[in-house]
Design a binder for this molecule. Structure first.
Ligand code: HEM
Length: 153
């Protein structure tokens, strides 16, 4: 098997881990809202999954993606690759500067003011919105990777 295919295999495994983990957050949050006693543990659990499982897998996606460009003699200037890479950067910035801080604020607000506090509710709503936008970006990237549309040029 070529090194390109081995890289692609690892790339797809990383997609499964990263996107699959992210997809469970909504379920965790819904369960947490129904069981306020477990909410603190659930929020820290989501934070742990994000830091230790999902985000490293997104890092591995970039590394294996770039390695495939090299191994497969592909160009960053290819429209579907350039668009996907741009969306990847936007999505990662949104996660690091928006969603992750919102989760941290949510935990702090839960401890200081409780579930009904305005600070908690605001951080939870912000995290939800950013999470949905992040998932849409990732779904668009996945489509670009799978369909490789010509787009322009
Ligand atoms: C959220 C980020 C990403 C997701 C969800 C994703 C998803 C995927 C999927 C599902 C495939 C398999 C498509 C196929 O074989 O037909 C793939 C292939 C590929 N991806 Fe990604 N990817 C991501 C990030 C990246 C990045 C950042 C790069 C480049 C820097 C990249 C470069 C590639 C390349 C070169 C292929 C191989 C295409 C082929 O062999 O036909 N990916 N990606």
């Amino acid at each position: 098997m070529s090194s390109y295919l081995i890289l692609k295999y690892i790339h797809v495994l990383a997609v499964i881990v990263a996107v699959g983990t992210n997809a469970t957050y909504g379920v965790w949050m819904a369960l947490g809202a129904r069981q306020p006693d477990s909410l603190r543990a659930i929020l820290s659990g989501v934070g742990f999954l994000d830091n230790r499982i999902a985000n490293p897998a997104y890092g591995l996606l970039l590394i294996t993606g770039l390695a495939m460009l090299y191994a497969g003699h592909l160009f960053v200037s290819t429209p579907w690759i350039a668009t996907a890479l741009g969306l990847y950067v936007v999505a990662m910035a949104l996660g690091a500067r928006g969603a992750t801080p919102a989760l941290r604020t949510q935990l702090q607000a839960l401890e200081s003011g409780g579930l009904q506090s305005e600070r908690y509710q605001r951080a939870a709503a912000r995290g939800r919105t950013l999470g949905v936008i992040f998932m849409v970006l990732v779904l668009v990237i996945t489509f670009l990777m799978v369909a490789k549309p010509a787009l322009w040029g």
